[in-house]
Ligand binder design. Structure first.
Ligand code: G3P
Length: 227
């Protein structure tokens, strides 16, 4: 499973890119509005993200009609070879994704809530689909069940469209998406941080170090001397 980071925050992207655990980045207009307030050059922000992570970088259109989406997508795709254009899963969006996939522009059909939307996205040649799992759960609908359905449908017909499990609210979502066979999870920085932690690990480590501290100092320094 690949991990993308779901943020437009440059410092967070740099931090997790240095750790080597992210293979791509997803942004959306809300994340850009949150993390880039005061940025005069939004195209520059997207280019900077592309310079930090050498993998798929999703940037979303803001038009709501096919013509406008296609125009914005062409502009975004020219910013960097790794740009993937996020297109909302609405009728105009599917029409735009169809045009763009014929032009070789990579698309990520987003804000997706049903298996049928995922099926249509695959038919128009979308590179990725982003089912919003956490938001779906918040409406008392089984978000992970949606991933199961899309995985099965794509397998039935050999569709190449990749599934990005999105709207990951906590580490349990990521684990369940991995068990369901999502190709990618796009994960906010705080959830990535939680995924690396266990209270038991911290307690265990403390226990080891407390025992170690009981050794005579000259023995203890043998590991750290000359480091
Ligand atoms: O990538 C999708 C994501 O940005 C939406 O997540 O947490 O706003 O539901 P959230």
């Amino acid at each position: 499973m690949q991990f993308f980071i779901d943020t437009a925050n440059i410092e967070e992207i740099k931090k997790y890119a240095r750790m080597g655990i992210i293979q791509g980045v997803t942004t959306n207009p809300a994340l850009i509005a949150k993390d880039c307030t005061g940025c005069a050059d939004l195209k520059g922000v997207i280019k900077e993200i592309c310079s930090i992570v050498n993998g798929p970088i999703s940037a979303e259109v803001i038009s709501t009609d096919t013509k406008g989406m296609v125009k914005e997508a062409r502009m975004l795709s020219k910013l960097h070879k790794n740009i993937v254009v996020k297109i909302p899963a609405v009728p105009d969006g599917f029409a735009a994704a169809d045009v763009l996939s014929r032009e070789g522009i990579k698309t990520n059909v987003t804000i997706l809530y049903t298996a049928n939307q995922a099926l249509v996205a695959a038919k128009v040649g979308a590179t990725y689909v982003s089912p919003f799992i956490g938001r779906l759960d918040a409406t008392s609908t089984d978000g992970i069940g949606l991933i199961d359905e899309i995985v099965r449908i794509y397998k039935n017909y050999g569709y190449k469209t990749k599934i990005i499990a999105a709207s990951m609210r906590n580490p349990i979502y990521v684990k369940k998406a991995a068990l369901s066979g999502a190709d990618i999870a796009t994960i906010p920085p705080d959830v990535l941080n939680q995924m690396m932690r266990s209270e038991l690990t911290e307690l265990g480590l403390k226990g080891f170090l407390d025992e170690w501290a009981k050794m005579p100092e000259k023995v203890r320094t043998c590991f750290t001397k000359g480091r």
